[in-house]
Design a protein around this ligand. Structure first.
Ligand code: NAP
Length: 272
């Protein structure tokens, strides 16, 4: 087995579930983390039948709660030693302008997308440094651009990408690989979770051309990890978009984004 322990946050759906499945045969113990315990248990049961040599453990945790993050880390650090892979995948978005955002959602997004990523990496580093292992942080193509109507999400993913790059350099020579994965849009539950009630979030122009399958994202990410890459942009179109976004001058990005269609609040009928 390549890893003694693999931890996948956000394993109850979408990319996290896919990562758990793809890595099952490569780890002795797999810890599945999310809030929806019944989903985690169903996944653990299904994968347990397919990969009998892997032990599946579901750990219910609301990563938006500091006390639950602490509890999760305490449980993880008690597990038997060995090479460890941390997949910081849990995340959420919130479509719409900041002015109309709910404070609860703002806090949740920042805690899950940023604090949980940093705290889990920090809490597991002693184990990784002692026993070896790797860290995969799921960022987004949105890490390379500021996005009105999705401002906090894009900023949180810039944090993940920047944090991953810096951590990778801090750990240079330790054998610990750190990868930031930057997918474009993927069909998962992400869109419905990010949508606000009564808000027409529409779609960005050409967004539908950029969809990548969850399988392709996972395959590219695991290949990039193998190669020791710093970042992974799954699919050619997403990679080209990432290059363009990083090359475009700030003024041009501002000009383009200023022409975005204003989204309309269905309840008030006004641009919100
Ligand atoms: N789908 C896309 O278009 C896309 C594009 C680029 C990047 N990403 C990133 O990919 C990652 C996975 O997203 P996805 O597309 O697979 O979306 P998803 O299907 O909505 O999955 C999100 C996962 O995060 C978990 N999560 C959310 N809030 C949590 C909390 N407070 N505590 C614990 N777990 C929590 C959810 O579990 P519970 O609800 O059960 O807690 C779920 O398992 C995210 O970081 C996302 O930002 C997605």
């Amino acid at each position: 087995m390549e890893y003694e322990l693999t931890i996948v946050t956000g394993a109850s759906s979408g990319l996290g579930e896919g990562f758990a499945e793809a890595l099952s045969g490569r780890t002795r113990r797999m810890v599945l983390v999310a809030r929806r315990q019944e989903r985690l248990e169903a996944l653990a049961q299904r994968l347990g039948k397919l990969y009998p040599s892997t032990e599946f453990v579901s750990m219910r945790c609301d990563l938006a709660q500091a006390s639950q993050r602490d509890e999760l880390l305490a449980r993880l650090t008690r597990l038997s030693p060995g090479r460890t892979l941390l997949i910081n995948n849990a995340g959420l978005g919130d479509y719409g302008e900041l002015a109309a955002a709910q404070i609860v959602k703002i806090r949740q997004l920042m805690e899950v997308n940023m604090l949980a990523v940093a705290e889990l990496a920090h809490g597991l580093l002693p184990r990784l440094q002692r026993d070896g292992g790797d860290v995969v942080n799921i960022a987004s193509l949105a890490a390379d651009v500021f996005l009105p109507d999705f401002a906090l999400y894009a900023a949180s993913k810039s944090f993940v990408a920047s944090f991953s790059e810096a951590l990778r350099l801090e750990l240079r020579g330790s054998g610990i690989r750190v990868l930031a994965v930057c997918p474009g849009p993927v069909h998962t539950e992400f869109g419905s979770v990010a949508k606000r009630d009564g808000y027409d979030c529409g779609d960005m122009p050409l967004k539908s051309c950029f969809y990548t399958s969850a399988d392709a994202v996972i395959r590219s990410a695991l290949r990039a990890l193998e190669k020791g890459d710093a970042r992974c942009y799954p699919s050619l179109k997403v990679w080209i978009s990432g290059c363009l976004l990083r090359l475009l001058p700030l003024w041009l990005k501002r000009t383009i984004l200023a022409t975005r269609p204003r989204r309309v609040s269905i309840q008030s009928g006004k641009a919100s």
